[in-house]
Design a protein around this ligand. Structure first.
Ligand SMILES: N[C@@H](CCC(=O)N[C@@H](CS)C(=O)NCC(=O)O)C(=O)O
Length: 347
């Protein structure tokens, strides 16, 4: 596909992964054409086969012969885009920084999305807000009757799925405490530098940004918390939206040894909550159990088992194991005591 033809994608304004990818396309100067709506309908209109499962955003790639192919899942799509468009990369060349960037992207996509889903549907005021806005995000001209019907349908469906991500009366305070610590770590870190790994954004920044677009700008409860705990994060979300004017240089990736301590503060949250969740989930997948229970941050946690998240853990470990002995030692030194080390294995 020629790089000046716009890349087509379909997604939603209430979808964090859609914002992750649109901001990345803007930063990378990749021409794109986004359709706001339902991916399945969009693919039907193009007569393109649906990927399974189908998610927002869905991309439509064109091969050399002009054949259209739909793809979902932002993390591999980011790598695919790196091969298609080499300029303004979001992946550090230094394998150690690349590993940390991947870790942050994974944490954003798989754990921070729990903040997003929990606050969207657990507090009644937020569920009402999302129930009203999400149908309109698919069709702003939706007739009132259809709107009311869609609002009830989506609210019932999503509130009914809260338990799937582990949001319930027992875990609500754990999720809330984690969100607040995460914001406090972001406040410290952004006080030191503009992006997670220096003066240019990596894939991890876009992952965090995607979830934060919703937490800071769509759902009222987490928005109020963000304004209280981390005004820098609120301002950062506005900046991240459009980094087309950023002129990244290789030296803008800050070497691991020069990173401020605030990076460890962020990683400590990854180790405190995400690492135990990932280990318990992977164990449940191995044992063929449909749900799992564990202690997270000193409290009982139970949720459905996700084979996809076990794969995430495996991919993280494949990347960890691909590091040289010297690189791994540098990563280990940074991670020692954060808890992240508990989810990394050398064999
Ligand atoms: N791992 C995927 C996740 C994408 C995803 O979960 N998208 C949500 C919307 S933000 C979705 O389409 N969910 C379908 C559903 O809830 O049925 C990615 O990184 O793109």
């Amino acid at each position: 596909m020629s790089s000046d033809e716009p890349l087509r994608l379909v997604g939603g304004t209430g979808s964090p992964y859609t914002h992750k990818m649109v901001a990345l396309l803007r930063y990378r100067h990749i021409p794109y054409a986004i359709e706001w709506g339902d991916p399945a309908n969009f693919l039907d209109s193009l007569q393109v086969e649906q990927p399974k499962p189908i998610f927002m955003p869905t991309f439509v790639f064109q091969d050399a012969a002009g054949e259209l192919e739909a793809a979902c899942d932002s993390t591999p799509i980011i790598r695919r885009l790196e091969a298609m468009y080499p300029e303004r990369s979001v992946l550090p060349n230094d394998p150690v920084l690349a590993f940390l960037d991947y870790l942050l992207e994974d944490f954003a996509d798989e754990w921070c999305t729990k903040y997003m889903f929990h606050y969207r549907w657990y507090p009644a005021a937020d569920a009402d807000n999302a129930g009203t806005l999400l149908p309109l995000s698919v069709d702003v001209s939706l007739p009132s009757e259809a709107h009311a019907h869609f609002k009830t349908y989506i609210t019932d469906r999503q509130v009914g799925r809260l338990y799937v991500v582990g949001s319930n009366d027992t875990t609500a305070p754990v999720i809330d405490a984690s969100y607040r610590r995460f914001l406090a770590a972001m406040e410290s870190h952004l006080g030191n530098q503009k992006f997670m790994l220096g003066a240019r954004p990596g894939a991890g920044d876009f992952g965090l940004f995607g979830q934060l677009t919703q937490l800071v700008a769509f759902d009222p409860t987490p928005r109020a918390i963000a304004h209280e705990v981390s005004p820098r994060t609120v301002a950062w979300v506005d900046h991240m939206r459009d980094q087309s004017g950023c002129h990244p240089a290789e030296s803008d990736w800050l070497a691991l040894e020069d990173q401020p301590d605030s990076l460890r503060e962020l990683l400590a949250e990854v180790g405190r909550v995400y690492a135990p969740a990932q280990l318990a989930n992977a164990e449940a997948v191995r044992a063929g159990e449909k749900t799992w229970e564990s202690q997270i941050d000193g409290a009982a946690w139970t949720q459905r088992t996700f084979p996809y998240q076990a794969k995430c853990l495996q991919w993280t470990n494949e990347r960890y194991q691909a590091l040289s002995t010297e690189e791994r030692a540098r990563v280990d030194q940074l991670l020692a005591g954060t808890g992240v080390e508990s989810m990394l294995f050398t064999d």
